[in-house]
Design a protein around this ligand. Structure first.
Ligand SMILES: C[S@@+](CC[C@H](N)C(=O)[O-])C[C@H]1O[C@@H](n2cnc3c(N)ncnc32)[C@H](O)[C@@H]1O
Length: 122
Protein backbone atom coordinates (compact mmCIF):
# COMPACT_ATOMS: atom_id res chain seq x y z
CA UNK A 1 0.00 0.00 0.00
CA UNK A 2 1.26 3.48 -0.83
CA UNK A 3 1.68 5.87 2.07
CA UNK A 4 -1.52 7.77 2.55
CA UNK A 5 -2.71 10.07 5.29
CA UNK A 6 -5.18 8.24 7.52
CA UNK A 7 -8.14 10.06 9.00
CA UNK A 8 -7.99 10.52 12.77
CA UNK A 9 -11.66 9.55 12.78
CA UNK A 10 -12.48 5.86 12.82
CA UNK A 11 -15.21 6.53 10.32
CA UNK A 12 -17.89 4.07 9.28
CA UNK A 13 -17.51 3.58 5.54
CA UNK A 14 -14.04 5.18 5.53
CA UNK A 15 -12.16 4.37 2.33
CA UNK A 16 -8.61 4.37 3.70
CA UNK A 17 -8.04 0.65 3.10
CA UNK A 18 -9.07 0.82 -0.55
CA UNK A 19 -7.26 4.03 -1.54
CA UNK A 20 -4.83 2.01 -3.69
CA UNK A 21 -7.83 1.03 -5.82
CA UNK A 22 -9.58 4.40 -5.77
CA UNK A 23 -6.81 6.93 -6.35
CA UNK A 24 -5.67 5.63 -9.79
CA UNK A 25 -9.25 6.05 -11.04
CA UNK A 26 -9.09 9.84 -10.80
CA UNK A 27 -7.81 11.96 -13.68
CA UNK A 28 -4.34 13.52 -13.56
CA UNK A 29 -3.89 17.27 -13.05
CA UNK A 30 -7.05 17.92 -11.07
CA UNK A 31 -7.77 21.60 -10.55
CA UNK A 32 -10.63 21.36 -8.06
CA UNK A 33 -11.55 18.13 -6.30
CA UNK A 34 -14.88 18.11 -4.47
CA UNK A 35 -15.15 15.41 -1.82
CA UNK A 36 -18.92 15.49 -1.87
CA UNK A 37 -19.49 12.90 0.87
CA UNK A 38 -16.35 13.80 2.80
CA UNK A 39 -16.98 11.79 5.98
CA UNK A 40 -13.62 10.96 7.58
CA UNK A 41 -11.91 12.70 4.63
CA UNK A 42 -9.71 9.69 3.81
CA UNK A 43 -10.20 10.31 0.09
CA UNK A 44 -9.99 14.10 -0.26
CA UNK A 45 -6.95 14.53 1.96
CA UNK A 46 -4.97 12.15 -0.26
CA UNK A 47 -5.85 13.72 -3.60
CA UNK A 48 -3.29 15.69 -5.54
CA UNK A 49 -5.28 18.74 -6.65
CA UNK A 50 -4.84 22.50 -6.71
CA UNK A 51 -7.94 22.96 -4.60
CA UNK A 52 -9.82 20.44 -2.45
CA UNK A 53 -13.33 21.13 -1.23
CA UNK A 54 -14.68 19.11 1.68
CA UNK A 55 -18.44 18.66 1.91
CA UNK A 56 -20.64 16.73 4.32
CA UNK A 57 -24.13 17.36 5.62
CA UNK A 58 -22.91 16.54 9.12
CA UNK A 59 -21.67 20.00 10.02
CA UNK A 60 -19.63 18.81 13.00
CA UNK A 61 -17.18 17.20 10.58
CA UNK A 62 -15.99 20.29 8.65
CA UNK A 63 -15.77 22.12 12.00
CA UNK A 64 -13.49 19.37 13.31
CA UNK A 65 -11.26 19.35 10.23
CA UNK A 66 -11.00 23.15 10.25
CA UNK A 67 -9.92 22.93 13.87
CA UNK A 68 -7.26 20.28 13.12
CA UNK A 69 -5.97 22.37 10.23
CA UNK A 70 -5.80 25.50 12.36
CA UNK A 71 -4.16 23.96 15.43
CA UNK A 72 -2.01 21.24 13.87
CA UNK A 73 0.09 19.19 16.29
CA UNK A 74 -0.57 21.70 19.06
CA UNK A 75 -3.70 19.76 19.98
CA UNK A 76 -1.78 16.64 21.08
CA UNK A 77 -0.94 17.97 24.55
CA UNK A 78 -4.50 19.18 25.01
CA UNK A 79 -5.83 15.74 24.12
CA UNK A 80 -3.51 14.02 26.63
CA UNK A 81 -4.49 16.59 29.25
CA UNK A 82 -8.19 15.92 28.70
CA UNK A 83 -7.68 12.13 28.86
CA UNK A 84 -5.90 12.53 32.19
CA UNK A 85 -8.32 15.15 33.50
CA UNK A 86 -11.33 12.86 32.94
CA UNK A 87 -9.51 9.59 33.57
CA UNK A 88 -10.66 8.33 30.16
CA UNK A 89 -10.21 4.63 29.50
CA UNK A 90 -12.24 1.79 28.01
CA UNK A 91 -13.52 0.95 31.49
CA UNK A 92 -14.27 4.41 32.88
CA UNK A 93 -17.83 5.12 31.81
CA UNK A 94 -18.24 7.87 34.41
CA UNK A 95 -15.28 9.85 33.01
CA UNK A 96 -16.75 9.56 29.51
CA UNK A 97 -20.18 10.72 30.66
CA UNK A 98 -18.68 13.67 32.55
CA UNK A 99 -16.76 14.79 29.45
CA UNK A 100 -19.91 14.30 27.37
CA UNK A 101 -21.83 16.57 29.73
CA UNK A 102 -19.06 19.17 29.48
CA UNK A 103 -19.14 18.93 25.70
CA UNK A 104 -22.90 19.45 25.63
CA UNK A 105 -22.48 22.59 27.72
CA UNK A 106 -19.52 24.10 25.88
CA UNK A 107 -19.51 22.45 22.41
CA UNK A 108 -15.71 22.32 22.24
CA UNK A 109 -15.00 20.51 18.98
CA UNK A 110 -11.87 18.86 20.39
CA UNK A 111 -13.93 17.35 23.20
CA UNK A 112 -16.25 15.93 20.55
CA UNK A 113 -13.26 14.35 18.79
CA UNK A 114 -12.02 12.84 22.07
CA UNK A 115 -15.50 11.49 22.81
CA UNK A 116 -15.58 9.78 19.41
CA UNK A 117 -12.23 8.12 20.23
CA UNK A 118 -13.67 6.67 23.44
CA UNK A 119 -17.15 5.83 22.21
CA UNK A 120 -17.69 2.14 21.65
CA UNK A 121 -20.36 1.34 19.06
CA UNK A 122 -22.22 -1.87 19.88
C1 LIG B 1 -19.17 6.62 3.95
S1 LIG B 1 -19.00 8.23 4.49
C2 LIG B 1 -17.67 8.82 3.48
C3 LIG B 1 -16.35 8.27 3.93
C4 LIG B 1 -15.17 8.98 3.29
N1 LIG B 1 -15.14 8.86 1.86
C5 LIG B 1 -13.89 8.44 3.91
O1 LIG B 1 -13.16 7.70 3.24
O2 LIG B 1 -13.59 8.74 5.09
C6 LIG B 1 -20.39 9.03 3.75
C7 LIG B 1 -20.62 10.45 4.23
O3 LIG B 1 -21.59 11.05 3.37
C8 LIG B 1 -22.33 11.98 4.15
N2 LIG B 1 -23.59 12.24 3.44
C9 LIG B 1 -24.63 11.39 3.21
N3 LIG B 1 -25.58 11.99 2.49
C10 LIG B 1 -25.16 13.24 2.23
C11 LIG B 1 -25.69 14.34 1.51
N4 LIG B 1 -26.89 14.27 0.91
N5 LIG B 1 -24.98 15.49 1.44
C12 LIG B 1 -23.78 15.57 2.05
N6 LIG B 1 -23.19 14.56 2.73
C13 LIG B 1 -23.87 13.42 2.83
C14 LIG B 1 -22.49 11.29 5.50
O4 LIG B 1 -22.71 12.23 6.54
C15 LIG B 1 -21.14 10.57 5.65
O5 LIG B 1 -20.23 11.32 6.43
Amino acid sequence: MSSYIKSPLNYTGGKYKILDDIIPCFPKNIETFVDLFGGGFNVGINIDAEKIIYNDHNLFLPQMFEYFKLKGVNIIDKIYYRIKEFGLSEENQEGYLTLRKKYNEGKDVLDLFILTCYSNPV
